[in-house]
Design a protein around this ligand. Structure first.
Ligand SMILES: [Zn+2]
Length: 109
């Protein structure tokens, strides 16, 4: 095991040396680019739908309401408006227990 690692490190040494040398060049450029990009991305809100309806196998069967920020929204979701999200909860569509869209909409029981 140790012998294998040593061997791989030895084989990689010339490549690492080259990579380090190359990285010296873009350094001034990289600082300029990252500053400009950081500013424009920080001001932006994350793109994407705010609310998602998760469908079951049946096309008309809605199994859960999700927020757009849910980390586990399921496989079959479609973006909906806030009004549609509220309407879905009124029609007894379960709110996701992970992202709590009912709380986000202010209509939790
Ligand atoms: Zn969720």
């Amino acid at each position: 095991m140790v012998g294998v690692v040593d061997h791989a490190a030895g084989a990689r040494r010339p490549t690492a040396g080259r990579a380090r040398r190359l990285s010296l060049h873009p350094l001034p450029d990289r600082g300029k680019t990252s500053r400009g990009r950081g500013r424009s991305e920080r001001g932006r809100t994350p793109a994407g739908p705010e609310w998602l309806l998760e469908r079951g196998l049946d096309r008309d069967n809605i199994v859960a309401l999700q927020t757009g920020q849910c980390w586990d929204p399921g496989k079959r979701t479609k973006p909906v408006t806030r009004e549609q999200a509220i309407e879905a909860l009124r029609q007894q569509v379960p709110a996701c227990a992970k992202c709590r869209p009912d709380t986000a909409l202010g209509i939790a029981d």
